[in-house]
Design a protein around this ligand. Structure first.
Ligand SMILES: C[S@@+](CC[C@H](N)C(=O)[O-])C[C@H]1O[C@@H](n2cnc3c(N)ncnc32)[C@H](O)[C@@H]1O
Length: 162
């Protein structure tokens, strides 16, 4: 489940990996803008695209039947509008939809001085901090994966749903 498709590069990557390791599956990718999505991604039978803001309640309505159709674990990646307000709203939208053992990556929490782009303004890092304040038991930060390569674009952003 991906918020922020852009041209579909990451959606295609996830589908390509999943084709090697699991079936059946669906990559569900949401973007407010569809024009950049390349033809190969549009035609991929394992990728479902939705053109809407990722915080629209209709996104949750679309995810619910997908969960029934594909009852396995969910990997969610938030890579759309990197403002605190928007990322927090995405996390809250996904709250009733993720279950124990599902996984979330909040992308680009390194901005706003964590440690890059110090003048960005409150972003994904601050969204995670606020979410954890509101719902402290929902996620465990996966420090092992975060530290795996000694460098990350997602500090505090690798989250295992409890
Ligand atoms: C960083 S790009 C995504 C890149 C893509 N995940 C990849 O790695 O190939 C961010 C995307 O978020 C989209 N976006 C911005 N605001 C959005 C919103 N409110 N809802 C959904 N998508 C949004 C933009 O249109 C843009 O395509």
């Amino acid at each position: 489940m991906e918020f922020g498709t852009f041209s579909g590069g990451s959606a295609l990557f996830f589908a390509t990996v999943m084709r090697q390791i699991a079936n059946p599956f669906k990559v569900f990718s949401v973007d407010v803008e569809a024009a950049q999505v390349v033809e190969k991604v549009r035609r991929d039978p394992d990728i479902a695209l939705l053109t809407l803001s990722s915080t629209d309640p209709l996104v949750a309505a679309r995810i619910a039947p997908l969960k029934t159709q594909y009852p396995g674990k969910i990997f969610a990646i938030l890579d759309s509008d990197h403002t605190r307000r928007h990322v927090l709203a995405e996390m809250i939208l996904l709250r009733p939809l993720l279950n124990a053992g599902d996984y979330m990556v909040v992308e680009d929490s390194n901005i706003n001085g964590h440690p890059v782009l110090p003048l960005w303004g409150a972003g994904p890092y601050e969204a995670v901090t606020e979410y954890m304040k509101q719902f402290p038991s929902d996620y465990t930060v996966d420090r092992e994966r975060e530290a795996k390569f000694g460098f990350t674009f997602a500090p505090n952003g690798f989250l295992i749903r409890n």
